[in-house]
Design a protein around this ligand. Sequence first.
Ligand code: FES
Length: 202
Amino acid sequence: MNWIDAAAMEDLWDGAGLGVTVQGREVALFRIGDAVFATDAFCTHGQARLCEGFIEGHEVECPLHQGRFDLRSGAATCAPATQALKTLPVRIDGGRVWLAIDAGGAKVSELSFSEFESAARARGFTEVLERQWAAGTVIDTHTHAFAVEARVVQGEMWLTVGDTTRHLQPGDGFTLDREVPHAERYGGEGATFWVARRNAAP
Ligand code: FES
């Protein structure tokens, strides 16, 4: 496992969160006594920063709509949050907090683009390509005339459909039917994903 130095233990206040950016990825750190928990920076219900949330026991309460998550597992424990939060392995050593930041990336290397393409074409997708988005790109709500199946291979993005936002990282996939309104936002390194499209029947 590749451990990355994320913060000094002395910079973390007991019972509070701290937002950090590690290798271009935004992460929230929470200190509870001598333990530290690391999660995605943003609430799975919306765009709120969880490091600004309220900690009670081993849970953090989102500052925007008071959804709650268990910091040990990432499980959503109170509505309106329903989707679990991603957690990262943490190690404390030498007064520093270390994160296994690339834990999700290994899944991507298991699949090549040509394997993704042939699997998608076998399921009736007619166009398969790689798309790259610049850092910080924001695309407001829009629709496509084609159905989409995609897999993130680099960077991170947030996909909002209705009132649910998903944070997607390398190895994560998403599907969208045609004409489904959605919005996209890309992280500090931009993002690359492989996408298969299925056009409407003529
Ligand atoms: S943004 Fe966190 S509960 Fe709505």
